[in-house]
Design a protein around this ligand. Structure first.
Ligand code: PA5
Ligand code: NI
Length: 187
């Protein structure tokens, strides 16, 4: 799909949006388990778009809901699939994902490091409980597209993930999607 086709798709599905964020490989160096591999890719290729999202935000409004659409492109850094940064909500707030296209996984982690992995595919809902970190991974060969809905005053904490990582990584091994321990995870 061309870039303008993505925008048209987002507008058709969620209507007008107030935020469009494009996340490129160069801003994800610390999030992938092999930063050196990211640097190598940046030298060899353009700064690829890993994912983008379109969002309708009601800034910090209690009892309102933000919602939007995320597109994660297919690709890998070494054996680790393209994925979102991932975050915890600052407040104790749940989130709903609804798969629209492609195939992927939602990696969820409690504050004590318990991990859950759930498939995200078309017409499937994934529920992210309050206080669980969440990261979405594209394990397929084309774009992973999904809707998200969460309370407007939830807030996003990216720092925990940047500093400690997730306890597990979703990688490709022998052509299969596998969940492995993250050797760099800090409790
Ligand atoms: O609120 C969510 O969980 C999603 O909308 C994500 O923000 C989106 O998929 C992008 O991921 P991240 O915020 O971790 O960069
Ligand atoms: Ni969230």
């Amino acid at each position: 799909m061309s870039f303008s086709a993505e925008i048209d798709t987002a507008k058709r599905i969620i209507g007008s949006y107030t935020n469009h964020k494009i996340v490129r490989l160069s801003s994800l160096v610390e999030y992938f388990s092999e930063p050196a591999e990211v640097d190598k890719m940046l030298k060899d290729k353009n700064d690829l778009i890993v994912y983008e999202y379109f969002e309708k935000i009601f800034k910090n409004e209690e009892k309102n809901m933000n919602f939007g659409l995320t597109i994660i492109y297919p690709g890998k850094v070494g054996k680790e699939y393209f994925m979102t940064r991932g975050h915890f909500h600052e407040k104790s707030a749940a989130e709903i994902y609804i798969g629209l296209d492609g195939e992927g996984m939602v990696l969820m982690q409690s504050k004590t490091g318990i991990v859950e992995l759930q498939p995200l595919k078309p017409n499937t809902v994934v529920y992210v409980p309050p206080n669980w970190g969440h990261r979405t991974i594209n394990t397929g060969k084309r774009e992973l597209v999904f809707l998200f809905i969460y309370p407007s005053d939830a807030g996003h904490d990216y720092d925990i993930v940047k500093e400690k990582g997730f306890a597990k990584l979703v990688v490709e091994e022998n052509g299969r999607v596998v969940l492995i321990d993250n050797p760099k995870y800090r409790r």
